[in-house]
Design a protein around this ligand. Structure first.
Ligand SMILES: NC(=O)c1ccc[n+]([C@@H]2O[C@H](COP(=O)([O-])OP(=O)(O)OC[C@H]3O[C@@H](n4cnc5c(N)ncnc54)[C@H](O)[C@@H]3O)[C@@H](O)[C@H]2O)c1
Length: 272
């Protein structure tokens, strides 16, 4: 019988931000395909993550590791824990990110001219430095082992600008609202981090790709949906399960000849 090219049995895969909306989907899908999955998320999320995944679920193949991707020491500790338990990771999904930092001021969604420097720093710290550090630590270990696949999760707003017109209805009703700049700039940075590392680690068989996603339905208000969905050729926001296939593909041997690429799954958003 030929081997299933999408098989992930016993592959060791770390998913950063594994408690979040998409991270939970990715970790659950990878578990269902037989992988050993380390969910990495902030320590203050530990109770929430245990509740979300269930205390006894896939105990032998699921681990939760409290960490902060903006700290090299924290990433080293996480990688060492995983390696001790299951061996050097085969896969890393750099999924953790901040859109607007929690507790951010109203200025966060204000005009570009007064976008707070502190918000810029915080978003860049998580979305760019955090991915850089995770790649250094996990990718470095993979390169030593002579194999690996890294997926950097980006956004359509890293490829094209947010359309501020989408939010005009909010400004019309007196709110100050612009989609902030730092998220877009941070998500663009991942495209060339990916290419740099694909070239750097090509000879050591560590593949690095970007997966670019569009907006996911998460109970957005009808006014927003009425403006957003006409911009999507498939006519809807993504379901939170729509990106799972891409993650399996990029981590499995099905994508063995793919590195440095940007896999865009956006319902056609960036085609218009
Ligand atoms: N949801 C969307 O509409 C959408 C669209 C396009 C791209 N994306 C991308 O998909 C990814 C996941 O998005 P989501 O909507 O599921 O996000 P989310 O906010 O639901 O989850 C993000 C997770 O990252 C964790 N996190 C934040 N800072 C961290 C840190 N310093 N260390 C460790 N963990 C940290 C959070 O605790 C959270 O669990 C992101 O990279 C995002 O840019 C999302």
């Amino acid at each position: 019988m030929t081997k299933d090219m999408f098989d992930l049995s016993d592959r060791v895969i770390a998913v950063t931000g594994g408690l979040g909306q998409l991270g939970y989907q990715f970790a659950s899908t990878l578990l269902a395909r037989g992988a050993r999955v380390a969910v990495l998320d902030l320590s203050d999320q530990e109770d929430a993550i245990r509740r979300r995944y269930g205390a006894d679920r896939d105990k032998d193949r699921l681990d939760f590791i409290a960490c902060d991707i903006t700290s090299r020491a924290s990433m080293e500790e996480a990688c060492a824990k995983i390696t001790k338990r299951w061996g050097v990771p085969h896969g890393l999904v750099n999924n953790a990110a901040l859109d607007s930092p929690p507790g951010s001021s109203a200025a966060e969604n204000g005009p570009f001219e007064t976008y707070p420097e502190a918000s810029w720093d915080k978003v860049m710290d998580v979305n760019v430095k955090g991915v850089f550090l995770a790649c250094q630590v996990f990718g470095g270990a993979m390169a030593e082992a002579g194999r690996g696949s890294i997926v950097n999760v980006s956004s359509i707003y890293g490829m094209v600008s947010p359309d501020q017109g989408l939010y005009q209805y909010r400004r019309d009703r007196g709110e100050v609202f612009f989609k902030p700049v730092a998220y877009s700039a941070s998500k663009s940075a991942l495209f060339n981090l990916t290419r740099y590392l694909a070239v750097y680690w090509g000879s050591r068989n560590v593949r690095v790709n970007t997966a670019t996603f569009a907006g996911v339905f998460n109970n957005q208000d009808n006014e927003f949906l009425a403006r957003y969905t006409p911009k999507v050729p498939l006519g809807r926001m993504a379901d939170e399960k729509d990106y799972n296939g891409a993650i399996v593909f990029l981590l499995s041997d099905a994508s063995a000849y793919m590195t440095g690429s940007n896999m865009v799954i956006d319902g056609g958003f960036t085609s218009m």
